[in-house]
Design a protein around this ligand. Structure first.
Ligand SMILES: Nc1nc2c(c(=O)[nH]1)N[C@H]1C(S)=C(S)[C@@H](COP(=O)(O)OP(=O)(O)OC[C@H]3O[C@@H](n4cnc5c(=O)[nH]c(N)nc54)[C@H](O)[C@@H]3O)O[C@H]1N2
Ligand SMILES: Nc1nc2c(c(=O)[nH]1)N[C@H]1C(S)=C(S)[C@@H](COP(=O)(O)OP(=O)(O)OC[C@H]3O[C@@H](n4cnc5c(=O)[nH]c(N)nc54)[C@H](O)[C@@H]3O)O[C@H]1N2
Ligand code: SF4
Ligand SMILES: [Mo]
Length: 739
């Protein structure tokens, strides 16, 4: 096959439309698709690296099975038979709840991750569920869960219309945006400045995003919650708070009381930001015709991650910026359920069960990623006897990877669905590699809920699968069959039939559904012919807010319509829809949830804490993607290096020149020193996802420049107690010259 094909990029949350050049059955180039309704031609170096990723010779093409200690290639039928045999034995002896599942970041970008991985958890009936969320955005889920009663109702900044954007703990010029899906985030920030708007960045480092800003505040790491609390204090103190939407917000007076102790003057020394600067920020947010506060990883993976994530939206709400153009708004995904009448919901809570060893509360039915190792190691009832990883590399991504490595060696059976033999999957007994992205369909089930403009786009596979090779949805569907006790060579479409029957049964019985009272079998027969995942997407689109309601709204969306519009369909700017997402029992926004109020005392205590001489934060690079894209020659090298960044004056005081030894609570690493005067004094930074020098992996390019695993410094002992999220930023460290 030769020509071009369109494909949404799966490599980050920006979801750019790509035009792939295909030559003789292989992808040879990628450029931005200018006609794409969402990304309009934007692409970054990772997107341009799509062909290298697709053709990487280290990508596994056949399943690997451990025989006599070695991972060797086998057939697909052979690999599934081993899984059925070994997992079957664990299930019979210890039951589904003894099997843990860890799913990683790329599963947020795939149809398999969104629509099939949840079936594994369901089939197992296990509470041993772990993911990269507790290394990332879980604090935001818990925050919006309590605020709105709905843990997936993330308000996103209305980037195209806001007058003042406050970015705290995010670097979208490098990350391309996160938990806010926007292609060309940098272009949108420049457009904001050009239309006379204001950009404030709050980050201990003068990042590329901070360089664009009108105002850059550089707080001490880990102090965002105190800083934001002081902003809230000023809003009340100076009568600037005008909570909106009026009548829909409960708990305003409680928040006023909680903020009383956090005058800017009380937090300034702790945060390292002058009180006057905090007051000016609060006044400017309140005075702007519209403003949006947007927080991300630096505000999330910290000790007070949930409080900080909550306070971001408290400020948005107190300044009347929730759910209005230019403020923060709720996107409406084409595969979300069609709006129902507003009525009180059941609310949200965490801690419905607790982890076995340390008693961590569940959040969103997940346990903290840092608890996985101890749940494998600790004998007793409920011990983890088998582990399934999908698209995850926790040995590098989570704190204390060395301990996790040892634990993985000891787990009874480990299965990984992953294209690479890497630091985590090398411990597996079976690796099932999904095909390259060019041979995989793409639909952003998760990220459409976070997009700054509503659109609908679908990419069918650009290239066919080689004979006999299953796609990732088929791999996971077959695993689900096995877990349900069926033969692994059964029809994986059974899994989809089951989901479709259940969903349409429920919808036709719901008087508020767009298909209320219709015949489920008739609707099933109307679904587009094709593989199970396409039928499910068609069903979700047709039941969704823009759907054709199975013919009742003939102009509405169907998968066939998306196929006929390969550059996507624009569904317009974000529109106010708070009452559609609210699920609190009171039917109001709960501004002062009890668990958050209870954690404020701990925050107040932290103001008195003795400061470490040096604290470590993370950083990302435009040509990296967490732990797994260091194997592509075009992205490796140059400035994409695993160095310790430090302020030159700090380096001079320590006598650092070539390399430094960095010691943290969990261990030590050595890294080359890179001077950067854009860092706050006392703050050093190391990127994550490095440390590719372990034996038994197949990552030839990455191994040449392995770097060190920053998470070895971290013992994982400290987490955000409200969400179980690991503290990855603001770790106390000692620095000394190497050698
Ligand atoms: N110190 C520190 N640690 C961090 C962070 C930090 O900022 N600092 N960031 C944290 C964050 S935000 C995150 S999200 C986590 C990420 O944590 P993880 O998700 O555990 O790690 P990734 O590096 O994203 O690994 C992705 C894995 O998916 C595989 N993969 C790639 N494409 C596919 C696919 O299509 N299908 C399947 N099945 N597998 C695929 C890759 O080979 C790799 O093994 O790391 C966290 N760790
Ligand atoms: N190129 C590239 N893009 C990526 C990724 C990647 O690895 N590479 N990873 C993807 C993933 S999984 C995610 S989750 C997103 C993350 O997206 P972002 O959150 O935008 O990315 P980070 O670079 O981690 O930005 C965090 C910022 O917080 C700052 N910071 C650290 N500690 C603190 C603190 O205590 N307070 C404040 N205010 N700031 C602090 C850091 O200096 C850093 O600039 O990026 C995604 N996109
Ligand atoms: S910005 Fe993200 S989605 Fe866009 S091309 Fe780059 S990696 Fe792909
Ligand atoms: Mo992430």
């Amino acid at each position: 096959m030769t020509g071009t094909a369109l494909r949404i990029c799966p490599l980050c949350e920006a979801t750019c439309g790509l035009t792939l050049t295909v030559d003789d059955g292989a992808v040879t180039a990628a450029r931005g698709d200018r006609a794409d309704v969402f990304s309009a031609g934007y692409l970054c170096p990772k997107g341009a690296g799509f062909p290298e990723l697709d053709n990487d010779p280290d990508r596994l093409t056949a399943p690997l099975v451990r025989r006599d200690g070695e991972l060797v290639e086998t057939t697909w039928a052979g690999a599934f038979a081993v899984v059925a045999d070994r997992l079957g034995a664990v299930l019979r002896e210890h039951g589904g709840p003894s099997v843990a599942v860890y799913f990683g970041n790329p599963s947020a970008h795939s149809i398999a991750g969104a629509l099939y991985v949840p079936l594994l958890v369901k089939a197992l009936g296990t509470r041993q569920v772990y993911s990269a969320s507790t290394l990332d955005q879980m604090p935001k889920h818990v925050s919006v869960g309590h605020l709105f009663g709905n843990p997936i109702a993330f308000p996103v900044p209305d980037l195209d219309r806001t007058d003042h954007l406050v970015i705290i703990g995010a670097n979208p010029l490098v990350s391309n945006g996160s938990v806010t899906t926007a292609a060309d985030f940098g272009g949108k920030l420049k457009a904001l400045r050009k239309r006379g708007g204001t950009l404030t960045v709050i980050d201990p480092a003068r990042t590329r995003t901070a360089e664009l800003a009108d105002r850059h505040l550089a707080p001490r790491p880990g102090t965002d919650a105190a800083l934001l609390m002081a902003v809230v204090h000023v809003l009340f103190d100076e009568q600037l708070a005008t909570p909106e939407p009026a009548g829909l917000v409960a708990g305003v007076d409680q928040v006023r009381a909680l903020a009383a102790d956090f005058a800017p003057e009380a937090v300034a020394a702790h945060c390292g930001v002058a009180a006057e600067e905090i007051r000016a920020l609060a006044r400017d947010i309140a005075a702007a015709p519209s403003a949006a506060v947007y927080g991300r990883l630096g505000t999330s993976t910290v000790e007070f991650g949930t409080l900080a994530s909550w306070l971001v939206d408290v400020i948005n709400i107190l300044t009347g910026n929730l759910d209005r153009p230019g403020g923060v708004m709720f996107p409406q995904s084409p595969v979300s359920s069609a709006p129902r009448p507003h009525r009180p919901g059941r609310g949200f809570r965490t801690g419905r069960w607790h982890s076995r060893v340390s008693g961590h509360p569940e959040a969103l039915s997940e346990l903290p990623a840092i608890a996985l190792a101890e749940e494998i190691e600790t004998p007793g009832d409920g011990q983890v006897r088998a582990l399934i990883t999908v698209a995850g590399n926790p040995v590098l991504s989570a704190p204390d990877g060395d301990r996790l490595s040892r634990a993985l060696d000891g787990v009874g059976f480990m299965l990984s669905v992953d294209p690479y033999l890497n630091e985590t999957t090398r411990h597996a007994d079976v690796i099932l590699p999904p095909p390259p992205p060019s041979r995989t369909a793409h639909f952003d089930v998760a990220l459409n809920n976070l997009a700054v403009r509503n659109t609908a786009r679908y990419s069918p596979p650009a290239l066919p699968l080689p004979d006999g090779r299953p796609g990732e949805v088929e791999i996971v569907a077959r695993l689900a069959l096995i877990l349900y006790g069926m033969a692994p060579d059964g029809d994986p479409g059974l899994v989809d039939d089951q989901v479709i029957a259940t969903t349409l049964g429920r919808e036709t019985a719901d008087p508020d559904s767009p298909v209320a009272g219709r015949d489920a079998a008739e609707l099933t027969a109307m679904l587009t012919p094709g593989p199970g995942y396409e039928r499910r997407l068609d069903m979700m689109l047709r039941l969704g807010p823009y759907g054709d309601a199975f013919g009742a709204r003939p102009d509405g969306l169907t998968l066939d319509r998306l196929r006929a519009n390969p550059h996507g369909i624009d569904l317009g700017p974000l529109r106010p829809r708070l009452t559609e997402v609210l699920r609190t029992p009171s039917g109001k926004v709960e501004l002062a949830p009890e668990p958050f109020a209870a954690d404020v005392g701990r925050l107040l205590d932290s103001l008195q804490r003795r400061e470490a001489d040096f604290v470590l934060i993370g950083r990302r690079h435009l040509r990296s993607n967490n732990s797994w894209m260091h194997n592509l020659p075009a992205l490796a090298g140059g400035t994409n290096r695993c160095t310790l960044q430090i302020h030159p004056a700090d380096a001079a005081a320590l006598g650092l020149t070539g390399s430094a030894v960095i010691k943290g609570p969990g261990g030590e690493v050595e890294a080359p020193v890179e001077m950067f005067d854009g860092l706050r004094r006392g703050v050093v930074s190391l990127p994550h996802g490095w440390g590719h020098d372990v034996l038994g992996t197949r990552l030839a390019v990455a191994a040449v420049r392995p770097g060190v695993n920053v998470n070895r410094l971290n013992d994982g002992a400290v987490l955000d107690p409200l969400s179980g999220t690991a503290v990855l930023n603001g770790i106390p460290v000692d620095i000394s010259p190497a050698g």
